[in-house]
Design a protein around this ligand. Sequence first.
Ligand SMILES: O=C(CO)[C@@H](O)[C@H](O)COP(=O)(O)O
Ligand SMILES: [Fe+2]
Length: 225
Amino acid sequence: MTRPLIINPSILSADFGQFAEETRAIETAGADWLHLDVMDGMFVPNISFGPGVIEAVRKVSQCPIDTHLMIEAPDRYLEAYAKAGSDRISVHVEACPHLNRTLQTIRGLGLKAGIAINPSTSEETLRYSLDAADQVLVMTVNPGFGGQAFLSLTLEKIRRIRALIGDRPIDIGVDGGITVETAELAARAGANVFVAGSSAFKGGPTHYAGNIEALKAAVARGAAG
Ligand SMILES: O=C(CO)[C@@H](O)[C@H](O)COP(=O)(O)O
Ligand SMILES: [Fe+2]
């Protein structure tokens, strides 16, 4: 099955003083989706933003909003993040003792449901929840911060997840340390959604179109084998 190749810039790397301008600029530059990283200071050792920022981004953008919840007990906030304007929500397998129920709740809110998985978590934890998922978000760094280096140990895991998914219409996202080089490798391994923070926003607004064009070319090369 052929899945579309999606460049998904992470707003975490935008200038927080100018969310609206940054959102418009990255969308005009060719972003396919927008990735919104929510961190609670508990599940990960960093705090980012909450539903208010997602609502603000929603007001100025037509792009699908892909919300990545790096929070403990995410069930408490699914409705709030849906109401704020998310189109998809990913929760961490490590934070969800009743993963199937959580994914069903997300779908029940009319959204696509994603499972995020940390580098040190086995892909076996996904096996019995895949039928309730629209996306697997493979963390290619330990979550919590932008600007970290891609962990190559995740490439083999992407391949194994691709095999586990088989023909099901489930996107495989990669998140963390995605550059022109690592995006190509991840695409070759079977990923089709590429979250890019630092590499999409580097150099400021005049560079965004070039950054995204380079990422698109890289993933096309990778997907071609
Ligand atoms: O979820 C996360 C980090 O925890 C990511 O979405 C980062 O925001 C990606 O940033 P870069 O690694 O691309 O700079
Ligand atoms: Fe993320």
